[in-house]
Design a protein around this ligand. Structure first.
Ligand SMILES: NC(=O)c1ccc[n+]([C@@H]2O[C@H](COP(=O)([O-])OP(=O)(O)OC[C@H]3O[C@@H](n4cnc5c(N)ncnc54)[C@H](O)[C@@H]3O)[C@@H](O)[C@H]2O)c1
Length: 452
């Protein structure tokens, strides 16, 4: 921060009786104060644009490449249309010093896991340090990144205090507001999902609520503490992971018993309180990652989180289970996995999105390849370059022929339309169709077929 700017801001604070004499919300509304959103990815960019309808915003990201695209009205995550960038009070930057004049900071950087499945807080710590270096009396810092309960106050707050030399609640305030958007979901978008907010004290909760209430049409839920808000987010995804793990386990049991899991789920689903989960590969940046944050914290607290851990294990090992299943089915038709030709359709972590992060289809590819199969992969949405960079896999434009197995790994809408004639062209009568998400149920009666 420049000396002149710091002096200007300090003088402003001196003019008020207390640094919190004024409402930050009012100051944002009348453009006396500015919001800085740190991290312009799936979460940060839509949020920054929503804030920028009425508030002045600086969008900061360390990736100059992303900033260049965003400045042209292109969303690097492919979620937003160009019109959504128009008529906004926003400037974008990859230059950290340009967030110095903001008063309300929102941090939305990645919180992945490392190679040993432990929380990797590098980006979060570094983004927090960037904010800390420009933190001023009267500022607010709200974290949106998904973390374990306690992380904001135990990891981020000490960084803010030590670098800035300021004290929480006296000089600045913090909060936590988890994001619940679902990439690719055009229905449940940011403003239509109730937002959980929390603050470090009563005043911060009040102000942070007002700021978010201004943009979130679905309303606000005020959590009693930052830790509660963090825990709420992490259990939403953990609950989903555990339920899918149960479905995957059921599909393994039912395969042995010779019943189709989706038939069973359809029947059971007629009961009013049966939950509509399905088996499948669990990838992505949230459900396959967040439970590890809770596992870590639970262990630290002396709890052995058996259910969560075993669910993770069940979901992590599904690609290997599937590869073994494909091998078994090939043997049943007197073929062998070694030397077989397999087409995998879909590599994104879920249908109808371009996002390939932590895709378990890549693990399936690796298992099959290691078993000696020749595997080709198509995906109408995934970026060829990204897939190559991330997994070392060369996507093919269109299927070739003579496949022994086709695995419909992702139920993209393009794949759901496939008819028998398509499969007749790319394989013989012994072709095995493995339909992980039951996208083609009842459509391919001439072939050996199984779903999870
Ligand atoms: N993607 C989702 O749908 C979703 C939903 C709910 C919660 N979350 C959580 O929100 C957080 C952000 O996720 P995302 O999907 O938006 O991630 P993302 O990878 O799409 O975007 C994060 C952005 O932060 C930038 N960044 C990294 N370090 C930075 C730093 N030090 N300073 C400034 N910018 C930095 C990256 O360049 C990137 O553009 C994560 O904790 C995630 O778990 C994501």
């Amino acid at each position: 921060m420049t000396v002149a700017l710091k002096q200007k801001l300090d003088l402003k604070q001196l003019a008020g009786l207390s640094v919190y004499h004024n409402s930050i919300y009012n100051n944002l509304l009348n453009h006396e104060a500015k919001i800085a959103v740190v991290g312009l990815g799936y979460v940060g960019l839509p949020l920054a644009l929503e804030f920028a309808r009425d508030f002045k915003v600086t969008g900061f990201d360390i990736s100059q490449e992303k900033i260049d695209l965003i400045q042209q009205g292109i969303d690097p995550c492919d979620e937003l249309e160009s019109y959504q960038f128009q008529k906004k009070y926003i400037n974008y930057t990859a230059n950290e010093s340009e967030i110095a004049d903001a008063r309300f900071y929102v941090v939305a950087v990645p919180t992945p896991i490392d190679k040993s499945w432990k929380p990797n807080l590098r980006a979060l710590k570094s983004a927090t340090a960037s904010v800390a270096s420009v933190l001023k009396k009267g500022d607010y810092v709200v974290f949106e990144s998904t973390v374990y309960p306690g992380c904001t106050e135990e990891v981020c707050l000490p960084i803010l205090e030590s670098i800035s030399g300021l004290e929480v609640n006296k000089d600045f305030k913090i909060g936590y507001s988890p994001e619940r958007i679902n990439p690719g979901d055009k229905e449940n978008t940011l403003t239509k999902i109730k937002k959980i907010v929390s603050g470090s004290d009563k005043k911060s909760l009040e102000e942070i609520s007002k700021v978010y209430r201004h943009i979130i049409l679905a309303g606000i839920h005020e959590a009693p503490s930052i830790k509660v808000a963090e825990a709420a987010k992490i259990i939403e995804n953990t609950q989903r992971d555990v339920n899918i793990a149960l479905m995957n386990e059921l599909s393994i049991i039912f395969e042995k018993l010779g019943v189709n899991t989706f038939d069973v789920l359809e029947a059971a689903g007629t009961k009013w309180n049966f939950l509509p989960f399905q088996p499948g590969l669990v990838g992505g940046h949230c459900i396959s990652v967040d439970p590890y944050y809770l596992i870590e914290k639970a262990k630290e607290a002396g709890v052995d989180p058996k259910v969560i851990q075993n669910s993770r294990l069940r979901n992590e090992t599904m690609p290997l289970h599937l590869a073994n299943l494909v091998s078994k089915k090939l043997q049943e038709t007197s073929k062998h996995i070694r030397g077989s030709k397999i087409l995998i359709q879909g590599i994104t972590f879920k249908p109808n999105v371009t996002d390939i992060r932590n895709s378990k289809v890549a693990d399936l590819y690796e298992c099959l390849t290691r078993m000696g199969a020749s595997v080709e992969v198509t995906d109408p949405l995934a970026s060829r370059d990204e897939v190559k960079r991330e997994f070392g896999i060369d996507l093919i434009d269109a299927p070739t022929e003579d496949y022994d197995v086709v695995i419909v790994a992702v139920d993209h809408k393009e794949y759901k339309k496939q008819k028998e004639v398509f499969f007749e062209e790319i394989g013989d009568e012994k072709l095995i169709i493995v339909d992980l998400k039951s996208a083609l149920r009842g459509q391919t009666n001439d072939f050996e077929y199984f779903s999870l």
